[in-house]
Design a protein around this ligand. Structure first.
Ligand SMILES: Nc1ncnc2c1ncn2[C@@H]1O[C@H](COP(=O)(O)OP(=O)(O)OP(=O)(O)O)[C@@H](O)[C@H]1O
Length: 248
């Protein structure tokens, strides 16, 4: 089954056609890279999928359900979670506190006054296990605002995971990360269970080519090609439109 199907998606800002008929289908469990030059419309595409921008035309389906024009909270509730290019952390709170808030927000028993003590322990354990999972177990007491760029991205992924996503949209998770942090990030994403479908917008082509099963190349608002990393890497058309200029 397809986790995500997008058909004929269009979006115009004034005279600028940013999304110009995007068609793609992402099977459940796939790691799909979305690459393309600056301004190709990648972030706009994510904004439309997650409900932050209404498209002018086209359709978005998640696990067979039409989600076009549903509000962002509703789409999130259906399991589509995104991490943002700009940090969405509570900088003054510790890593553990950020994680606890995210876990609490999704805890179905949060209104049950009788279970408070047990719940507190459950929330704490879930927060610590998320920190462990993304490699932040040693940073639990540190304020989020004091973390390095790369570690902030790790924390953002942990916050998205707290919400038990079925589809995870990652917008430039390696931005600002050191080479060491990029390796940690690659390991972390590779180890995520396959019941989470991942779409990764990223300028770090090594990360995309090493991690993704298939890659869609977005150029001027539409999909130039979708293929395995080998196919995309070998395509003269892609090199001409994107890779050649990106490496120039
Ligand atoms: N709200 C908006 N109003 C007007 N123009 C916009 C708006 N949002 C994006 N754009 C324009 O749409 C184009 C595509 O932007 P978008 O951020 O989607 O590209 P991108 O592929 O994510 O780029 P980058 O790789 O640099 O992040 C750009 O020219 C941008 O200036």
């Amino acid at each position: 089954m397809s986790a995500l199907v997008v058909a004929g998606l269009r979006k115009t800002f004034g005279a600028l056609r940013v999304t110009d008929g995007i068609d793609l289908a992402v099977p459940e469990g796939e790691r799909r890279g979305i690459i393309g030059p600056n301004g190709a419309g990648k972030t706009t595409f994510f904004n439309i999928i997650s409900g932050w921008l209404p498209p002018d035309a086209g359709r978005v389906e998640v696990f067979g359900r039409d989600i076009t024009r549903l509000p962002p909270a509703h789409i999130a509730h259906l399991g589509v979670r995104r991490s943002f290019q700009k940090s969405a952390l509570f900088d003054a709170l510790s890593v553990e506190e950020n994680l606890r808030l995210a876990v609490q927000a999704t805890d179905p028993s949060r209104f049950d006054a009788w279970g408070r003590i047990g719940r507190h322990r459950r929330v704490l354990e879930a927060a610590r296990s998320l920190a462990e999972r993304v490699g932040l177990a040693d940073e639990l007491g540190r304020r989020a605002g004091e973390l390095s760029y790369g570690r902030k991205r790790q924390l953002e992924i942990a916050l998205a995971l707290a919400e038990k996503p079925r589809i995870l949209l990652l917008d430039e998770p390696a931005a600002g990360a050191s080479p060491y942090e990029r390796r940690l990030l690659a390991d972390l994403l590779r180890d995520l269970p396959r019941d989470i479908t991942i779409m990764l917008v990223e300028h770090d082509l090594d990360l995309v080519f090493n991690l993704c099963d298939r890659i869609s190349v977005l150029v001027r608002g539409s999909v130039l090609m979708t293929g395995t990393p080998e196919e995309v890497g070998a395509s003269g058309e892609v090199q001409a439109a994107y890779l050649g200029t990106a490496h120039a």
